[in-house]
Design a protein around this ligand. Structure first.
Ligand SMILES: Cc1cc2nc3c(=O)[nH]c(=O)nc-3n(C[C@H](O)[C@H](O)[C@H](O)COP(=O)(O)O)c2cc1C
Length: 357
């Protein structure tokens, strides 16, 4: 099985990709950038373009970034996607991914992300234009989709459309747009979708996405509210991860068709998740500490204000707090930190005071 690090807006930027690759990258086959929006007047926002620039890639960690990093593009017109893909090809990338999953209303209202799943005639036209326009370019096109907008039955039509194009890889987030990121993934609907895709002649590699957390396929926190920590307090049975995840998949008819699993919130919660799923050793406290230190250093080069570096780290702590037993007051101290010194002291304190689980 191959493992991918999912695109996550504002999170999987180059400081995280470089740091993760350095420490845990051996078992990750591809890292996806958060989406870059291809605007109608053919430009990227400066901040988004910066995230894809090769000069920001740690090439000691990424020895073949052309194949190890996949820029994701948000577009709703063939011309803008084609322009963006050529820009990425010029930067050396060999694959770009089309975002067909983002559920945010601002995105779907402008017929982007999962908004494109609502009008299948237009989706077909869009894909036709994209694949025609890029057929002679040295860049592969992959798709990241959901099972539908409001109903998983929509997957049938979507899969028939996808099967008509030379898609390199099809990642299916096993939810519909209206699920956003909540609830159990729709495994049966995922299974049906893959079977339909293959029956219609679709040849892309298939990647599964949705709630792979290691021990269970279940919700993991997406916010840094207090409750999100306690939700996961008993969620410590990481050693069984591999079997449980694989046994959930092995019941599916499409099991042999799945060649990759894309990890999102699960790998933010446990940066060693892909290693563990591959049968490797569990995350240790000292590894996590080193990871957080390197991440801090990485963000320092990316974000000028100390306060905002700390805010970035807090986004990670929202996913990591559950590793520490009875950690509420220590987490609060981390959240209250207003300077690097305070932040580092609070982090040292949680590592020395709480049992690591
Ligand atoms: C904060 C956040 C930002 C995300 N940004 C993107 C994005 O830029 N592009 C994308 O295709 N999916 C994005 N996603 C969706 C994830 O890639 C993934 O499909 C989703 O989290 C389900 O996987 P998981 O259950 O393993 O987290 C985002 C998810 C989260 C939680």
């Amino acid at each position: 099985m191959r493992y991918y690090f999912a695109p996550m807006e504002g999170i999987t930027l180059y400081p995280l990709r470089n740091t993760h690759r350095k420490m845990f990258g051996e078992t990750i086959d591809k890292y996806y950038t958060p989406f870059l929006t291809a605007h109608h007047n053919l430009h990227f926002k400066k901040r988004e373009k910066k995230d894809a620039l090769p000069e920001n890639i740690d090439i000691a960690a990424f020895d073949d970034y052309a194949h190890q990093i996949v820029p994701q593009i948000m577009a709703n017109k063939p011309e803008t996607f084609i322009w963006a893909a050529k820009e990425m090809a010029a930067l050396g990338y060999r694959e770009v991914n089309l975002n067909l999953g983002c559920p945010a209303a601002t995105v779907t209202n402008s017929h982007k992300g999962s908004g494109l799943l609502q009008d299948t005639d237009y989706l077909d036209e869009l894909l036709y234009g994209i694949f025609e326009g890029l057929k002679d370019e040295p860049i592969d096109i992959s798709l990241k989709t959901r099972l539908g907008f409001s109903d998983e039955a929509e997957a049938e039509q979507l899969m028939k459309i996808y099967a008509g194009y030379p898609v390199k890889e099809l990642t299916i987030h096993a939810r519909v747009r209206e699920d956003f990121y909540k609830g159990e993934p729709r495994l049966e609907a995922f299974d049906n979708a893959v079977m339909i895709y293959r029956a219609d002649g679709g040849r892309a590699k298939i990647c599964y996405n949705g709630n792979v957390t290691g021990n269970i396929l279940s919700d993991v926190p997406v916010t840094n509210k207090d409750e999100s920590y306690s939700e996961n307090e008993n969620n410590t049975d990481w050693m069984k991860g591999r079997d449980v995840v694989m046994s959930r998949f092995s019941d599916l008819r499409c099991y042999n068709e799945i060649s990759a699993i894309m990890l999102g919130r699960g790998i933010l919660s446990n940066p060693a998740l892909a290693r563990e799923l591959s049968g490797g050793s569990r995350l240790t406290a000292s590894e996590l500490k080193e990871y957080l230190t390197l991440l801090y250093e990485g963000y320092e080069t990316y974000i000028p204000e100390e306060r905002n570096v700390i805010f970035k780290l807090l986004e990670h702590w929202a996913f990591l707090g559950y590793h520490f037993e009875n950690s509420e007051k220590y987490i609060k101290a981390i959240r209250k930190a207003r300077s690097k010194g305070e932040y580092m002291a609070a982090v040292n304190n949680i590592f020395s005071s709480c049992r690591f689980i």
